[in-house]
Each structure stands twice: as C-alpha cells, then as structure tokens.
Design a protein around this ligand. Structure first.
Ligand SMILES: [Zn+2]
Length: 475
C-alpha cells in the first residue's frame, strides 16, 4: 500500500474513533497526575478492573484502559486504587491526627459527634488548608457546655453533664444550633450519654432544629436500647435523619439486637444510619458523665479500664486518683465477637472515632481502615473488598450529600469527581498500632492523594503539602 494512502486511512480511522469518543490520544493529554495500571475499585459503578486515572486541577479527568501520561506518575501495578476514605467520626482535627489519618488512607475527616459550638471560628482556624479535607457539626454537647458554663473543654464535667436546662437555656441552645447550621455546619452532633441531665424534651428540641434544616443528627446514644429508641423517636417526630455513632461500643452485647432495630426502622422508611470501628476497647475522658456512679461499681469493673500513659489497669483507688486528674482512658468493654458483628453488618459505615494528642490516644486513629482491610477482608474473608470500600467511601458520602452537595463529588471514582484516592497493597495492608503504641502507622497503604495532590507517597507522609479543603454545607 502506498504510504500516503496508509496515512490517510489511519487518519480516517483515528478521526472516526475520536468522533465516537472511543479513544483519546494519550500522549496529547496533559494531566497533572496519572495513576497507571492499578486495580480500580469503585463501589458506585461496581467497576473492578485495571485502569489508568488521569487527574487535572484536583479532579478526576479520565479513567482509561489505555495508558495515560502526565507530569507526575504513580505506578499502581499490583495495587488497589480506591476512592479516598471518608471518616464521619474523628476527634482532634489537629495536624497530628490528620497525619495519622492520612497514613491510614483517610482523605476526608469529620468531627460530627462532639462537633463545635462555633462553626465559623472552627473553619476559620483551618482556612489556610490542611493535609486532608475536613468538616464539623454544630454540636449540642459543646453548645450546652457554653450555655451552662461548664469548666471542661472537650466533654462536660460540670453543669453541662449534671444540670437540667431551664426553658430559657434550652431555647438558647436551640438558637445556637440553628445559627451553626446557618453557618454551614455539616450536621448536628448530639451526645445524651455525655449530657446525662438533658431531658428527652431538650434532646427533641435539638432534633426539631435539625429537622428544619434537613441536617443529619449524629448521636452518641444513652446506654442500652432505650437510648436508641429515644433517637428513633426524635427522627420520627421531626423528620431529621439520624446517624448512630459507634454502634459497636454503644450496643456491646446487644449489637445484634440494636442493628436489627435499625434495619427494621429503615425498612419502615426512616432515614437512619450507623457506623462502627474495629476495636473491642473504646476511649473516653475519665471525668466524663459516662463514668458517673462509679462509686457503686463492683471492684472487678475497674480492671477493665486502662490508663494509657502507663498501660496500667485501674483499681478503685487508682480510678479515684485519675478521675481527680483527668485524661483519656481506654475501656476494655466489648468482645471481638460483637465487634465482628458490627463491622460485618451491611448497615455500618466504617468510622474511626479517632482520638490522639501528643502521642496519647487510641490505636484506631491510625489503624481503623487498614485493620478492616487486613483483618476482615484478607484474613477472615468476612467482607468482600467491594463491600468494605462501600463502607469507607460511598456510604459516608451519601450520608451527608443531601445537605452537603460537595459530598456528591467524593467517595467515588468517576470523571468529574474530586481526585481523593487511596492506593494500597491488598496482599499486605494491615494495622500495626496497638494500645501501647497507638501511633504506629499501618503497613500497605502506599499512596494517598487529596484533591489531586499526593499527601502519602510510598507509605510516607509528603512534607510541605496542605491540599485538604473545608467541606461545608451551603450558607
Ligand atoms: Zn467519639
């Protein structure tokens, strides 16, 4: 065939292909970043295949089975490429906790349970960008502490835990919740377990405000089944969606029953969701109202509590001493069997309830996601990879996206979505943090990309980057 004819034919075929959108000339593309040859797993579309991803301007611009080229290349051969993990429940929200969460594959971190009493200020403090994306709720715990002038900073130890609110005080709390939502809070936080003196009526008043804004209420329920029933009632009466935080530690031996109630309420059309973290021990403040009435405990119960600074298990005497000092404690209160029920349930999103300050904290802060992938997906095979990723990405995104449209661009790998991506080695991924060494980063989380910028590369933090953006409801 004459050369000129061949060239014309090739040109015509290429043009036709281009017109049909079948191919894009890879070399001509100008991506900021390409992630090549990875196993792309996306719970929204069900895609599970080797693809290359092209990122431009912080957004996924191409997903292709042909090679792509760009200024930066991540070779993901042999690795899983997943949407970045979205954590609906993470305390701290400091550089220390963002670093640990990034190493565990988290690209968006929310403080929705305790939240804040001042939404504008909370976002202003993070204005210049953070390592990962972040967002907050207007939190009834914090608002109640401000209105009742509680002396504590994180969880109440004074009147916010122990005093019933007057009519005027409850009205002031409702006003501040409303104001926080108008300032773009992602949701409403509620913790009647910590604000034990808040009456069912007060709790319902907060649900009413959330209902008017169609904001989900993220609740640490009071103990036992009645705590769950209280918030189901609140959602039913007010129309506010409700999200029960850490069903594992709120249900303990009743985990199957509480999950059944949530499933039944959903089947009746109630907008209720929940979450779990994969550890049999929890962590909270020793001075919190959760431990009110400790004087009546039997001796052996103190031994379930660990003082993380020293690793010692407590006695009646040391509990009294540390309750006077204050600080976080590890409560060994659940069983591995019940934790597995919670994690394996199709109802639960994975959320860390992370907590770390100056190296003192809970191993879940840096181990939650790698632990579920390593222990549940690879070792126990009780969860498929797709189902586990659903719980870490799409499910938390969907929980928030009715109120926060930005979340519709997260938790999925599709053209136009935010380039938040977590790239890991399924053969090796596993947590390494322990109660004694809570900050040990996991193994196998190889690359983490936030808004198109790598924040973890080859398992190590990338210095000097802060691509994380505020996630906020429209104001
Ligand atoms: Zn929490």
């Amino acid at each position: 065939m004459p050369r000129r004819l061949l060239a014309t034919l090739v040109g015509a075929v290429l043009q036709a292909a281009l017109a049909l959108g079948l191919t894009a000339p890879a070399a001509a593309q100008d991506f900021d970043l390409v992630i090549v040859k990875g196993r792309v797993v996306d719970p929204e579309s069900g895609l599970d295949a080797v693809r290359s991803i092209g990122v431009r301007g912080g957004t996924i611009a191409a997903i292709s089975d042909a090679p792509l080229t760009g200024r930066k290349v991540i070779d993901a051969a042999g690795l899983v490429v997943a949407p970045g993990f979205i954590d609906l429940h993470a305390h701290g929200q400091t550089e220390e906790t963002y670093r640990l969460q990034a190493l565990d594959g988290v690209t968006t971190s929310f403080e929705l349970e305790v939240g804040t009493a001042d939404v504008d200020r909370w976002y202003r403090e993070r204005d210049n960008g953070r390592l990962i994306n972040f967002g907050v709720s207007i939190g009834h715990i914090q608002v109640r502490m401000a209105v009742l002038r509680d002396p504590a900073t994180f969880l109440p130890t004074g009147d916010a835990a122990h005093k019933a609110g007057s009519k005027a005080e409850i009205a002031e709390m409702a006003r501040r919740i409303d104001e926080g939502l108008r300032q773009g809070a992602v949701s409403v936080g509620l913790g009647p377990s910590y604000t034990a003196a808040a009456t069912p009526w007060e709790i319902l008043e907060m649900f009413r405000v959330a209902g008017r804004h169609r904001a989900s209420v993220h609740v640490h329920v009071r103990g036992g089944m009645t705590g769950l029933e209280e918030v189901i009632t609140g959602a039913l009466i007010t129309g506010a969606p409700v999200h029960v935080v850490h069903i594992n530690s709120s249900s303990l031996s009743l985990t199957r029953e509480m999950l059944q109630i949530i499933a039944e309420a959903r089947a009746r059309g109630l907008d209720i969701s929940t979450e779990a973290y994969p550890y049999a021990a929890g962590m909270t403040e020793i001075q919190s109202a959760n431990y009110d009435g400790w004087e009546q405990w039997p001796d052996e119960r103190f031994g379930t509590i660990e003082w993380p600074v020293t690793g010692e298990r407590l006695t009646r005497e040391t509990f009294r001493k540390y309750r006077g000092i204050g600080g976080p404690v590890i409560g060994h209160s659940n069983t591995d069997e019940m934790v597995a029920v919670a994690i394996n349930s199709p109802l639960t999103a994975i959320a860390s309830d992370g907590y770390m300050a100056n190296g003192i904290g809970h191993p879940r802060t840096v181990g939650t996601y790698s632990k579920v992938l390593g222990r549940y997906v690879r070792e126990a095979r009780s969860l498929s990879l797709m189902d586990a990723l659903m719980k870490m990405t799409l499910m938390p995104a969907r929980r928030l996206e009715a109120r926060v449209p930005a979340m519709a661009g997260k938790g999925r790998i599709r053209v136009g979505a935010d380039a938040d991506l977590t790239i890991f080695d399924m053969a090796r991924v596993v947590d390494r943090s322990t109660y004694r060494q809570p900050s040990l980063p996991p193994e196998g989380i190889r690359h983490v990309v936030v808004n198109g910028v790598p924040v973890v590369s080859e398992g190590k933090l990338v210095p000097g980057v802060a691509p994380g953006r505020a996630v906020r409801a429209p104001r």
